[in-house]
Design a protein around this ligand. Structure first.
Ligand code: UDP
Ligand code: MG
Length: 344
């Protein structure tokens, strides 16, 4: 098969209800693109029949390639696995639930042809999302924009098109706590935006429960900002100054001969308040330390159980390492791919 110009990467986690319609909608777009295309379906440890449906899609049309991870690694890692495996000159990342309308890909491809290397789809409207989700998302992005060291565009999720050059830069970043949208703003390159209306989920329920949402938000904050640490220093300073002030006040009252009987309650409140603040700050510092620990382990980002449709890479090696379809932490796979990097 000729090498594709376009790769469409789709993470799939228990999406059997939407999958048949997804394939249908993709076919319409694949035929309209101005060059050969492949679809890289990443099964992120689905427990329903998604994987069987994906294999059927591969059987019916070899442009559909399937990568099955060994377990659920989460959305951000699943899309990284798909991008690792993609071979196109332009790689598009989109969700499986048709919230990202496939037709937008055509507009993104047009921007790419104008010379942009990262084309972000920007949500104009969100359909069918709860008020809580919209409000919390808006607050979160405002906060992140204030704190983060790189400028994060608003209303940009993971629906985007990336040129090969920018993609290789992105893939050289093998950090294990991934906040993909932030990493794409970090790499720079020529970026463009395409507005779109985020549809409501086609079928099934969201695979992003609040717990995963908070995890993603934490990765965004901690991965792109050390502002929480500076905040701890500031809070500590304010409290130290305040306590000195309080001590001076007590001495002044004593010298002036005024009655000063510090109550039991104020003591207890001060002690418990400060202990609480200290524990909180230790926990926050611990979050950064935990991330250092994760990086130090240097585990592969993901493991592939089975790959279908990638030609010679199809058979996973018994040691779990793969030449291209590989979740390595960059020590091996990406030294070979990034020009100018010393080989191990
Ligand atoms: N997904 C995944 N692994 C997960 C959770 C989600 O691959 O652990 C996929 C899911 O199948 C979908 C995309 O990521 O294609 C976005 O998930 P979802 O639509 O549930 O998130 P939401 O749109 O509700 O934020
Ligand atoms: Mg969704």
């Amino acid at each position: 098969m000729e090498t594709p110009r376009y790769s469409i990467v789709i993470p799939v986690y228990n999406e059997e209800e939407t999958f048949p319609d997804l394939v249908k909608r993709l076919h319409e777009v694949l035929d309209l693109l101005d060059g050969p295309a492949e679809v890289v379906l990443v099964d992120d440890g689905s427990k329903d029949s998604s994987y069987q449906l994906m294999l059927q899609a591969n059987q019916a049309d070899p442009r559909f390639k399937v990568l099955q991870l060994s377990r659920n690694f989460g959305h951000q890692v699943a899309i990284t696995a798909g991008m690792d495996a993609a071979t196109g000159q332009a790689v598009i990342i989109m969700d499986a639930d048709l919230q990202d309308p496939p037709q937008v890909i055509l507009e993104m491809a047009a921007k790419w042809q104008e010379g942009y290397e990262v084309v972000n789809a920007v949500r104009q409207h969100r359909e069918g999302e709860t008020r809580f989700k919209k409000a919390s998302a808006s607050l979160y992005y405002k906060l992140l924009r204030r704190m983060a060291e790189v400028d994060q565009p608003v209303d940009v999720g993971d629906f985007r098109l990336v040129d090969r050059k920018a993609l290789d830069a992105f893939l050289s970043m093998r950090e294990s706590n991934r906040y993909v949208r932030g990493m794409f703003s970090w790499i720079g390159f020529r970026q463009a935006a395409v507005p779109y209306t985020r549809a409501s989920r086609h079928a099934g329920a969201s695979k992003y429960p609040l717990r995963k949402m908070i995890g993603l938000a934490a990765n965004g904050m901690l991965g792109f900002s050390t502002a929480p640490l500076r905040f701890a220093i500031g809070a500590g300073l304010i409290m130290a100054v305040a306590s000195v002030g309080y001590g001076l006040l007590a001495i002044a009252l004593k010298l002036a001969g005024l009655p000063y009987v510090p109550g039991y309650a104020s003591l207890l409140v001060t002690i418990t308040f400060l202990s609480g603040v200290q524990l909180m700050v230790i926990g926050m510092v611990g979050q950064y330390v935990a991330r250092v620990y994760d990086e130090a382990k240097g585990r592969p980002l993901y493991l592939v159980r089975e790959a279908k449709g990638f030609g010679s890479h199809d058979e996973p090696r018994s040691d779990g390492s793969r030449s291209q379809v590989n979740g390595g932490n960059g020590q091996r796979a990406h030294r070979e791919r990034i020009p100018g990097m010393p080989s191990a």
